[in-house]
Design a protein around this ligand. Structure first.
Ligand code: 8NA
Ligand code: MG
Ligand code: MG
Length: 345
């Protein structure tokens, strides 16, 4: 497809929802045999089973708030977005939110609150959250703003409403930038795609807040850059086991242990893989592979789904999977509205 086509917008938003809904099955599992993944995916293709609907979790619940806010305000409005997060949480608190972020969401609903970024700063004794909750909802920023500088700026601010640790909000920036580049067709040249991301993150992580957080958490000076170099090393290898991916990149709830992982899933699945059915296209491969890593499967598949969806477009998304997932049709309609907003500005 052509850069920033409607098909790519629809693919990104819909496949993100699918990753969340389908990935929920294995969330928190330590080991997920590929056989179980394929069984789960086959059950979606089997209409005769009359599957119940797979519900979305916090990932999609918050992404929907981001989308609605960006659309109604025709841009980023932190007060409006914060209000939507709080309202969504109080309406459906059982969507599987991280245990820390719940405190922020409760405080954000207070009408007395003057600074919407303050509750996030108070998390974890003032260090802020490094969870992947900012990154899991970052894709819509790439679908609202055509300029990379805006994607960077607003995905960061949007994440800081709940995640004030640099390892939290920089993960959101990385995810949004990956979707932004994918939307432009950058995954046609995977080596350049990863190089572009590294160059961008060199700048994003070049500040005192990042250095200080990295020092405290005993990470490399530029934690996401370091991980992206590992992604590049793994890409260059002809054979990589699931165990190696988990030990090199992680599969956990920290943004640092999941955003680079999601990016790797997309890159690794650009080609057919022995462990995956031949009938699968790239998007199906990406989701299946993400689930087989175990750990925070809904969130990793959600992030990988959004990046892959922006690359392959809506035509690559199986209709039967869309039918099984709560919120997928909504996402498709919202993608059209975001596409208009993007091309207006
Ligand atoms: P969060 O901000 O509560 O962070 C998630 C968790 O990370 C916290 O509960 C802490 O355990 C830990 N954490 C984050 N920052 C720090 C810190 N500075 N010091 C010590 N510990 C810290 O919530 P979130 O929105 O980032 O969470 C996102 C994830 O939680 C998503 O994957 C989402 O799906 C959800 N979730 C995941 C699982 C799972 O098993 N993987 C289960 C339920 C919910
Ligand atoms: Mg979730
Ligand atoms: Mg999760």
């Amino acid at each position: 497809g052509s850069p920033a086509s409607l098909s790519r917008f629809r693919g990104a938003l819909v496949a993100g929802v699918l990753g969340d809904c389908i990935g929920g099955e294995f969330e928190g599992a330590e080991e997920v045999p590929m056989e179980s993944v394929l069984q789960h995916l086959n059950s979606l293709d089997d209409e005769s089973k009359g599957n119940g609907i797979l519900e979305y979790s916090d990932d999609t619940a918050m992404a929907r708030c981001v989308v609605q806010s960006l659309l109604t305000r025709a841009g980023f409005d932190e007060q409006d977005m914060a209000r939507r997060f709080a309202k969504e949480y109080s309406a459906s608190p059982g969507r599987g939110y991280g245990s820390g972020v719940i405190q922020v969401l409760k405080k954000l609903s207070s009408p007395q609150l003057s600074d919407v970024y303050q509750p996030a700063r108070d998390q974890f004794n003032g260090r802020g959250s490094f969870g992947n909750g900012g990154a899991m909802r970052a894709a819509p920023f790439a679908l609202a703003f055509p300029e990379m500088a805006d994607v960077r700026r607003f995905s960061r601010l949007g994440a800081m409403l709940t995640h004030s640790c640099s390892l939290g909000y920089n993960g959101a920036v990385l995810q949004a930038l990956a979707v932004h580049l994918s939307l432009q067709g950058a995954l046609n040249l995977p080596q350049q795609f990863i190089s572009r991301l590294i160059t961008e993150m060199e700048e994003v992580e070049d500040n005192e807040a990042t250095r200080s957080d990295a020092r405290i958490l005993k990470e490399a000076e530029k934690p996401f850059c370091e991980r992206l170099h590992r992604v590049r090393d793994l890409m260059d290898r002809s054979k990589v086991s699931i165990e190696e991916v988990i030990s090199e990149l992680g599969n956990g709830i920290a943004a640092l242990h999941s955003v680079p992982t999601a990016i790797f899933c997309v890159l690794h699945c650009l080609q057919p893989r022995e462990c995956l059915p031949e009938k699968y296209g790239g998007l199906e491969r990406t989701i299946a592979y993400s689930l087989a890593l175990g750990g925070d499967t809904d969130t990793i598949a959600c992030m990988a789904g959004a990046i892959a969806g922006a690359h392959y477009g809506i035509e690559a998304v199986p209709q039967l999977w869309i039918k099984c997932c709560e919120g997928a049709e909504d996402a498709d309609m919202n993608a059209e509205r975001l596409h208009m907003l993007y091309h207006q500005s």
